[in-house]
Design a protein around this ligand. Structure first.
Ligand code: PXG
Length: 461
């Protein structure tokens, strides 16, 4: 919304925000003391503008979601038309709407053949809450009600609702409100840069996966319901697992009959250069959680896909699944998501990500010579830069997150959005980014890194 056209005064808007708006994952004391929010007003392609007229390259696709880029009028038109036709109807009591059913069919068509059944949600968090309720009931229906334990990874992110926060391995979240509950467990994340030591990445992949087997044996194989993982851990800092990791996780899960849940909220719909992250990393999940890229963030919608061999006995013996949200399969959000997937297909955007991937990887790698960059890595159009104090030893700066925050602020000031996950800088630009814009992204990142270096150079030894 354009501030001028609404006759709004920026200072008044910021004052109203400070007075009334409780922001997610925000320390309001420091946020308010530092002047409140930056107001973003519009976007086009990979670019966003703030209310002061600054043009910023959005290296994060909003929050890992605006995959087809900003300003796609077709999505606005579809939403407008659907709102006029039917703004809402539910999918609960033996009814559906045209867009909801067509979207379920479309999602099934881009997934491997064994996924034919789709449950709609409104966010990635709701998808994971849906999955926890489903999986526990599934095992009860299958006559194994003791299979209740769920295993995730440390620093895994699966959302912010109650079950999702339990599945996730974010200590900062667990410190508030009493998660994880009994029954939720977290193993080592496959993060070679921090934990790999002298091992090769592939050796380390086996070591990290072996923790799953240990945990399953500790809990008793008959008590474990499922393992959940992001193909690569996004919010943890784009932790790209070694090639050995996922095949080994799959082998272990199959050995003990543990379900595999692939949380594709970030990776799904092309981010890694294939439709889904499990295709890039070589495993076959039983349940797939999707959100973000499903609608490219134009409207909130999520979906969970279930493999035939678990959904068929569940439908056969499970009776009614006592679960659902008012807006499941919302017709306007569904129509927008359907159009979004159609655009991804028509414009071959998944293929485009795969084509751009080596260029993007080399561009990020060109920053590896920087005095505070310890490693660069990427897959598809998602990547990370590790900020290091002693590069050769992969040694971090003191107080995790401090230098990352400095760097992120310099990025914003330079005209680039990068997200800091502690001291890992991450990027996931829209799929429409051009090679020239990738060059611009890297040039802006270098400006920010140079400024960060000046701020912390005394700490380098
Ligand atoms: N799973 C994964 C893998 C995610 O990345 C969720 C579930 C939850 O989705 P919703 O739609 O409920 O937010 C996510 C969300 C960050 C950040 O700062 C990442 C997410 C959300 C908010 C912030 O990196 N990922």
């Amino acid at each position: 919304m354009n501030i001028q056209s609404k006759n709004l005064n920026l200072e008044a808007l910021i004052a109203a925000d400070i007075a009334h708006h409780f922001h997610p994952f925000t320390n309001h004391k420091t946020f308010h003391a530092n002047g409140g929010p930056r107001v973003i007003t519009h976007g086009e392609g990979v670019w966003i503008w703030d209310a002061k007229g600054n043009k910023i390259l959005d290296g994060m696709s909003g929050l890992w979601c605006v995959n087809i880029g900003y300003g796609r009028k077709e999505l606005a038109e579809v939403a407008y038309k659907q709102m006029l036709d039917l703004p809402y109807y539910n999918t609960f009591f033996k009814t559906t709407t045209v867009p909801a059913t067509m979207l379920a069919e479309k999602i099934a068509s881009v997934l491997p053949e064994k996924f034919q059944t789709i449950f709609f949600t409104n966010s990635g968090s709701e998808g994971n809450d849906t999955i926890v309720r489903f999986v526990r009931h599934y095992w009860a229906v299958m006559g194994k009600p003791y299979r209740q334990h769920m295993i995730g990874r440390r620093r895994g992110y699966h959302g912010s609702t109650w079950a999702a926060a339990n599945l996730g391995g974010m200590v900062g979240m667990h410190e508030q409100g009493g998660t994880p509950l009994p029954g939720f467990h977290h193993i080592q994340q496959p993060y070679w840069y921090d934990f790999g030591g002298d091992k090769t990445p592939d050796e380390f992949g086996h070591v990290a996966a072996a923790e799953l087997e240990q945990k399953i044996l500790e809990l008793g194989p008959d008590n474990v319901a499922a393992f959940i993982g992001e193909p690569l851990q996004g919010a943890a800092g784009v932790l790209i697992p070694p090639a050995s990791y996922w095949p080994e996780i799959q082998r272990i899960c199959r050995k003990y009959g543990v379900l595999i849940i692939s949380d594709e909220v970030i990776c799904g719909f092309g981010r890694t250069g294939k439709w889904f992250g499990f295709e890039t990393f070589g495993y076959e999940p039983d349940i797939v959680n999707m959100a973000k890229g499903l609608s490219s963030g134009y409207l909130p919608i999520g979906a969970v896909a279930f493999a035939k061999d678990i959904i068929e006995p569940f439908f056969d013996k499970g009776g009614e699944f006592a679960h659902g949200m008012t807006y499941d399969g919302h017709p306007v959000a569904s129509a927008v998501a359907l159009k979004n997937i159609q655009i991804i297909q028509d414009e071959k955007l998944v293929e485009r990500v795969a084509e751009l991937a080596p260029y993007f990887n080399r561009a990020l790698a060109s920053l590896a010579d920087h005095p505070i960059v310890g490693e660069t890595r990427s897959v598809g159009l998602i990547g990370a830069l590790e900020l290091a104090c002693i590069k050769a030893k992969r040694q971090r700066f003191r107080d995790p997150g401090r230098v990352g925050t400095i760097c992120r602020d310099h990025c914003f000031d330079a005209g680039l959005v990068m997200r800091a996950c502690w001291d890992t800088m991450v990027v996931a630009p829209p799929f429409c980014i051009t090679r020239a814009e990738i060059d611009q992204l890297v040039a802006l990142a270098r400006v920010a890194l140079d400024k960060t270096y000046k701020d912390v150079m005394d700490e380098l030894t």
